[in-house]
Ligand binder design. Structure first.
Ligand code: AMP
Ligand code: MG
Length: 402
């Protein structure tokens, strides 16, 4: 049995990032950059107004107040998108709207609520500071600024920024194709009637959802029944179609647990069994040179091991950086009895109370209790030990990304 860290290390070190491709930014959400992206231009591109109001010279307004307004001539009206050719001299202004280019000679914009419009002039009711309510060219981003680095994951903000920069296409790594191969004679596809003793193929749907959440692409596989022929057939197909195979079930020590047998005899085994709860029988190997992670069949074990191991594998295939988990700390709000030998990952809900970050473990701890992976947002790391961990203790948590 190897440690969690050793297992993660072996998976990450064995996998190679996939090739890159160019995609339109509308298809780039959650994709991983394969090159540094630099700003092409300043943002904003030109000095513009942050308010609806009047562009003016701040020095003209020094003595303005509510009882003694100062009056400025209004030269022009500047809607967004229409620069003016006028240049302001002292005691002149332009009506201006949010986002409109500043006229030359102006250095501030007074909001219209602090003015009163007259026929060809405007009364100013407060003094202005230079630069007030002006968005200056390049104040947000300068041309040549590094926007994203190779290995960064593009989010919705990134898509907006790239569009604003006129960058319509980006180089990203290919979306990993992950084949999910369910195993077991008792497993039945949705839509079919259950015979006595049979259960539905819930794991394939759950894992496919986790694959999508991780920014990868699910490759559906039929259920592999518990014979070497059926398993060989499913793995052969999946090895052709996918960058990584995930099996679920059939990795334990039972007579019908054939995944380890087939990997040992017809593929290659990197490791089997990890000191983690749930998920001890986790397996990593290759079939027809395609990497394969064998997840346990119990739904909670499959869910947790996906988050702990498959997530990192997908990150590595994507070339995402860093290829590690982002643990945080929170205060346990209930006593927890640890496992004596293995680090355990409980499912839990993290929340804030009185300025503290608390985490509540789900009351169900069994690896078959599917309810314990619903209405949660966190995995809680409970190190092995003899003594009960008391409420109030800080624990490491891994927040689950949606
Ligand atoms: P196994 O490791 O194959 O013995 O599976 C362990 C447990 O997980 C058994 O109770 C299986 O019925 C259950 N299981 C295996 N595969 C699935 C699946 N695709 N969906 C739901 N439960 C499963
Ligand atoms: Mg089975």
């Amino acid at each position: 049995m190897i440690s969690i860290e050793e297992a993660q290390h072996q998976i990450i070190n064995t996998l190679e990032p996939l090739d890159e491709q160019t995609v339109n930014i509308s298809a780039a959400l959650h994709r991983v950059c394969t090159e540094n992206i630099y700003a092409r231009e300043n943002s904003p591109l030109f000095d513009n107004s942050a308010m609806d109001g009047y562009a003016l010279k701040a020095e003209d307004t020094l003595n303005a107040n509510q009882t003694n307004p100062i009056t400025l001539e209004v030269l022009d009206k500047i809607p967004a998108g229409s620069p003016t050719t006028h240049r302001l001299t002292n005691n002149q202004s332009c009506r201006i709207f949010t986002g409109a280019p500043m006229p030359q000679g102006a250095d501030a914009v007074i909001m219209q609520e602090n003015t009163e419009a007259k026929e060809k002039s405007v009364e100013i009711y407060r003094p202005m500071r230079s630069k007030e309510n002006v968005r200056f060219a390049g104040e947000d981003i300068c041309a040549q600024d590094l926007l994203y680095q190779k290995g960064d994951i593009l989010d919705a903000g990134a898509i907006g920024l790239l569009a604003a920069q006129g960058i319509a296409q980006v180089k990203v790594s290919q979306r990993p194709k992950i084949a999910v191969v369910p195993t077991g004679d008792e497993i039945v596809e949705l839509g079919q009637n259950l015979q006595p003793g049979q259960i539905r193929n819930s794991n394939a749907y759950m894992l496919a959802a986790q694959v999508e959440q991780a920014g990868a692409q699910n490759v559906k596989s039929p259920i592999a029944y518990d014979t070497l022929e059926a398993l060989r057939h499913a793995l052969t197909q999946s090895a052709k179609n996918a960058d990584l195979i995930i099996t679920c079930g059939g990795v334990s020590v039972g007579e019908f647990d054939l995944v380890r047998k087939i990997i040992e005899e017809e593929g290659s085994l990197n490791f089997w069994r990890v000191a983690v709860k749930p998920g001890k029988p986790l397996l990593f190997g290759h079939f027809n040179n395609t990497p394969l992670i064998g997840l346990p069949g119990n739904p909670v074990s499959a869910f947790v091991c996906f988050e702990l191991f498959v997530r990192l594998a997908i990150k590595k295939l994507q070339g995402a950086k860093p290829t590690k988990h982002d643990f945080e700390m929170a205060i346990l709000n209930k006593n927890v009895k640890p496992n004596k030998k293995r680090t355990e990952f409980l499912r839990g809900k993290c929340f804030s109370k009185d300025k503290s970050r608390l985490v509540e473990p789900h009351s169900k701890r069994g690896s078959g209790h599917l309810s314990s992976i619903t209405h949660i947002n966190t995995l809680i790391e409970i190190p092995p030990g003899e003594k009960e961990i008391q409420a109030g203790t800080y624990v490491k948590i891994l927040s689950l990304k949606n």
